[in-house]
Design a protein around this ligand. Sequence first.
Ligand code: FAD
Length: 414
Amino acid sequence: MNQYHNPSPRRRALVIGASLAGLFATALLRKAGWSVEVFERSDVELFGRGAGITVQPELHEALVESGADVSRLGVEITDRIAIDQQDRVIERLTYPQIVTSWDKLHHLMRTMIPGEHHHLGCNLQSVEQSSTGVTAHFTNGRVEKADLLIAADGYRSTVREIYMPEIQPIYAGYVIWRGVADESAMPESAKDTIFDKFAFFLPPNNKIIGYPIPGQDHALEAGRRRYNWVWYRPVDKDTLETMLVDESGAYYPISISPHKVRQDLINEIKRAAKDHLPPSFSDTLTAIPRPFFTPIYDHFSPKMVFGRVVLIGDAASVGRPHIGMGVAKGASDAQALANVLRDASVSLDQALATFEKDRLDVGLKAVERGRALGEYLLLPHHSDNTPRNAHWQEFHSVHGILKNTASSDFLKPL
Ligand SMILES: Cc1cc2nc3c(=O)[nH]c(=O)nc-3n(C[C@H](O)[C@H](O)[C@H](O)COP(=O)(O)OP(=O)(O)OC[C@H]3O[C@@H](n4cnc5c(N)ncnc54)[C@H](O)[C@@H]3O)c2cc1C
């Protein structure tokens, strides 16, 4: 194998995956003085996809650090509410937060990366390492060498599969149905009850949540925003298998694209919403033409660094979405990596060891917290002998769910 020799004074990194963790890594490493190329397997820009994201403090900090314009980041909400089946507010918590869309964040970060360093249609196939660097081989025949390879290639990471094939996503036992409704299409009564709030309806073993997000073209003006609608529902593995089949009978292991979700399943969720949800949530669903579902998985890789290869974001670990940390964790993995790689006098091995020690801990805490919050969906709500996590009482209470959902407070030192 050829040794990699970088004649340039600037160290060179390859980032695999140009979703959010990859874009943050690219922007922040460029700021730290590295030369960076980012490779995305999709042939087309990832614009126009995704739904709602809560802006955790860690995400805000990484955006500011990367130089992104945070002036119109999202919708500012102050209250969380829980409602009962008749739309009556049964619990209220003041919890100021900015809520935005995946698309807005992608747009902000994508505009930070010059076109000549952003490469679409490049699907990483294999990686070789020598003592001095790393070589990436892509399915289109492209070969790239660098000092470091950063794998931001998501929860089914090709790179993690090479180095830790035993780490596979674990099905949580439930799915989220979701969709976004145009504010202008929502019935007035639903808007009055839930629109400008982070709203919850919490029947046993189900969580229905929603919050406003920017509209088309990231609009924040009243009337042009959208509402992010989410229903967590338990689904056993056998039933899930039948749901991962599209209209033509094709089966998709793990997950199915939103546009492939069958109409009979959409009809069923709409019927169930009418029968079981409060009017504000079921009426909002009528304004969502094609809700879709995503099975929930998590995983934790006990290693993030493999010589000159490092895993970040969902490639390294995924906590269940109750904590709302996916994007925030990917962004702060990237920020922590850029911080340790800024000083060229520190050896790469030493810098990466520091990074791994710090970020493994965050990843593990996120996975554990997501699982603890998820028990609400799976365990019987009457008292029995099923072992429960130490936080069961709190995470089972309406107040505790309002306080701990989409919150990164658990990462604060005690
Ligand atoms: C289009 C899209 C929409 C999303 N919408 C939401 C949302 O609405 N709400 C939410 O909470 N989360 C959403 N996510 C997930 C969210 O981005 C992640 O949980 C979080 O930001 C961490 O992201 P990541 O960059 O580590 O991984 P991901 O966002 O999963 O991105 C991984 C990227 O790597 C690319 N990739 C994978 N394998 C290869 C390969 N071999 N070679 C090159 N590229 C490769 C993928 O195409 C993808 O772009 C979305 C992800 C995507 C890709």
